[in-house]
Design a protein around this ligand. Structure first.
Ligand SMILES: *Cc1c(COP(=O)(O)O)cnc(C)c1O
Length: 361
């Protein structure tokens, strides 16, 4: 492994732990004496079944998933869940509530409108998605089949700091960009889903945690592959699952376990983020658009006094080995994504770089 690794602040796909990549590299042509790569194995083979079951068991253990919920390893990205959730859940009353706090929840809202009567339970659009609405600001319909929100707004850099109280209405939550960064009381949710490529594995795997009693009530025209029941009944193996990504998830979970699990991640994620927010708040040049109290520990968004200076910052940061700091094209500025695999050292060095840039300009 002679090449230099950079500190990669990409929003996704993003950094994976070096130990995981090295282990995958070492096993790439011969997985534990099988004489073949995981990429070449039948998904019905004994060797792969062990990888699959061990990975699922580790996920359930580390994320504290109760027996009432099933863990599914799917494809199609988090975006396919924008359709799958309404198709499976909206049949109960034909209505659902959505909190719109950024781009992805807005896309999910528009998609759900195809299948039923969708209400906006809250929107942060009035202040450019720089904050998360409070519980009091949510307008909830007790008749809704479900309430939908996105736990961490990857593009705007805001994160829900509480689980909404929706009474008996099941909660559907997109956790793509803060999955396994902290413990979650899964029993409070109907469905949790996320694409793996932000915090867990390579792109191609989508994880859905489904309260079992919510499955089996899909709209009649729901495609077979989009019915949670199909996948629960076949333990995610109705068809070929994303085998390599599941194997990689298994390695990431082993790494996570060695770092104290989600509790271990929770201990350091806030310190990592706070280090950047402190430097940015204390600078003359930079501001953070996300309001205090709503700021994300995963995606730190910030900007300088001008577009020209933003461009200069990104260019000099890249040259110094801090890559992918350019903000999303919808919002401009900068964004440092500091998921589980970003080491403390990378964040410390970026904080130093920001401080120095602030002094020099
Ligand atoms: C990246 C992202 C998505 C889109 O995920 P895909 O796997 O590309 O479909 C959805 N929601 C959130 C919060 C994301 O960060």
């Amino acid at each position: 492994m002679g090449t230099e690794r950079v500190y990669n602040f990409s929003a996704g796909p993003s950094m994976l732990p070096l130990e995981v990549l090295e282990r995958a590299g070492a096993e790439i042509t011969d997985h534990q004496g099988s004489g073949m790569s995981v990429m070449e194995m039948s998904h019905r083979s004994k060797a792969f079944d062990k990888i699959f079951q061990d990975t699922k068991a580790d996920f359930i253990r580390l994320f504290h998933v109760p027996d009432s919920h099933k863990v599914l390893f799917l494809q199609g990205g988090a975006s396919s869940q924008f359709s799958m959730a309404p198709l499976n859940l909206i049949g109960r009353t034909g209505k659902a509530d959505y909190a719109i706090t950024g781009n992805f929840s807005n896309v999910a809202y528009k998609e759900a409108k195809k299948y039923g009567q969708i209400r906006v339970a809250a929107s942060s659009e009035d202040r450019d998605h720089t904050y998360i609405p409070t519980q009091e600001e949510l307008s909830l319909d007790p008749e809704a089949s479900y309430f939908y929100y996105c736990a961490n707004n990857t593009i705007y850099g805001t994160e829900w700091q509480y689980v909404p109280d929706t009474g008996d209405v099941p909660i559907v939550c997109d956790m793509s960009s803060n999955f396994l960064s902290r413990p979650v009381d899964v029993s409070k949710y109907g469905i949790i889903f996320g694409g793996a490529q932000k915090n867990l594995a390579p792109a191609g795997l989508t994880i859905a945690i489904v309260r079992e009693d919510l499955a089996g009530h899909a709209l009649p025209y729901t495609p077979l592959m989009m019915d949670y029941k199909t996948m629960i009944d076949k333990d995610s193996m109705y068809n070929t699952p994303p085998c390599w990504c599941i194997y990689m998830l298994g390695l990431v979970l082993e790494w996570l376990d060695s770092k104290g699990g989600v509790e271990g991640m929770e201990k350091i994620k806030h310190r990592k983020a706070q280090m950047l927010y402190d430097v940015l708040d204390g600078s003359k040049l930079f501001t953070c658009p996300a309001e205090k109290g709503s700021r994300s520990d995963m995606n730190v968004t910030f900007r300088s006094v001008s577009k020209e200076l933003d461009a200069k910052f990104v260019e000099q940061a890249t040259a110094a080995g801090f890559t992918n700091l350019k903000g999303h094209r919808n919002v401009g500025g900068m964004r440092a994504s500091i998921y589980n695999a970003m080491p403390m050292e990378g964040v410390e060095k970026l904080a130093d770089f920001i401080r120095k840039f602030d002094q020099d300009n």
